[in-house]
Design a protein around this ligand. Structure first.
Ligand code: PEP
Length: 251
């Protein structure tokens, strides 16, 4: 049985003061015991969040990492090993904002995914199609290529210790949400692609949905058989809303 997971991607938001306020809100939430909850602050605030959430059941992740596991001469980057040292358990790999705006390629993301796992971090691989790709009927082709890149490079076994987030680009930060059935169809295809290689890995891996999830639509989305929780952007900046989404993921 897969444990559901709710992950909050804070993106490039926060000051020391607003992060302190958010931490305080998170500390007061009544969270369900059967859901893994994690937050992904900007690098700058990882230490503050790790310290602030000490003793809580909420884990911390980073939004990106370098392509190499170890520290070294790579100005401006953060090594996965440094993230582990700072208290992170997870790292996002291939968020669409990084694929599109920072030009991150599948090849680069393969390296980040491998580097993260080499340090014991759990990568959360983000995949998803643009509106244009969906409208031209290419959704499954795009998602399958993004997933297949990791499978080809690292083997399907790499997903035994990873999470996948399906995030249609057209639904991120737009207020548009995939219908539960649209999301379920893609999640089922993702699981089938993994199952063609290894059914145990396919059954065990958690597939999160992301794209304008709110407390109001979470129950329906999380009720679908292949949706194991959510990756939440905007709504994760409000502790009460985030808590309600976490409760929606509980049984
Ligand atoms: C995200 O950034 O991963 C995301 C899903 O954002 P939002 O929930 O704001 O659409």
């Amino acid at each position: 049985m897969r444990r559901t997971m709710v992950a909050g991607n804070w993106k490039m938001h926060g000051t020391r003061a607003s992060v302190a306020e958010l931490i305080n809100g998170l500390r007061h939430l009544a969270l369900p015991g059967d859901v893994d909850v994690a937050v992904f602050p900007p690098f700058l605030h990882v230490g503050q969040v790790v310290d602030g959430l000490k003793g809580q059941s909420i884990q911390v992740g980073a939004q990106n990492c370098a392509v190499e596991p170890a520290q070294g001469a790579l100005t401006g980057e953060i090594a996965p090993s440094q993230l582990v040292d700072a208290g992170c358990a997870y790292v996002l790999v291939g968020h669409s904002e990084r694929r599109q705006l920072m030009g991150e390629s599948d090849q680069m993301l393969n390296r980040k995914f491998a580097a993260a796992q080499a340090c014991g971090l759990i990568p959360v691989l983000c995949i998803g199609e643009t509106l244009e790709q969906r409208e031209s009927g290419k959704t499954l082709e795009v998602v399958s290529r993004q997933l297949g890149s990791i499978i080809e490079e690292l083997g399907v076994g790499a997903f035994a210790k990873a999470v996948i987030a399906y995030e249609p680009v057209w639904a991120i930060g737009t207020g548009l949400t995939a219908t539960p059935q649209q999301a379920q169809d893609v999640h089922a295809a993702i699981r089938a692609q993994l199952a063609a290689e290894n059914s145990e890995v396919a059954q065990g891996v958690r597939l999160l949905y992301g794209g304008s999830v709110k407390a109001a639509n979470a129950v329906e989305l999380f009720g679908m058989p292949d949706i194991d929780g959510g990756l939440i952007g905007g709504a994760s900046l409000n502790a009460d809303e985030f808590g309600a989404i976490c409760r929606a993921a509980g049984n």
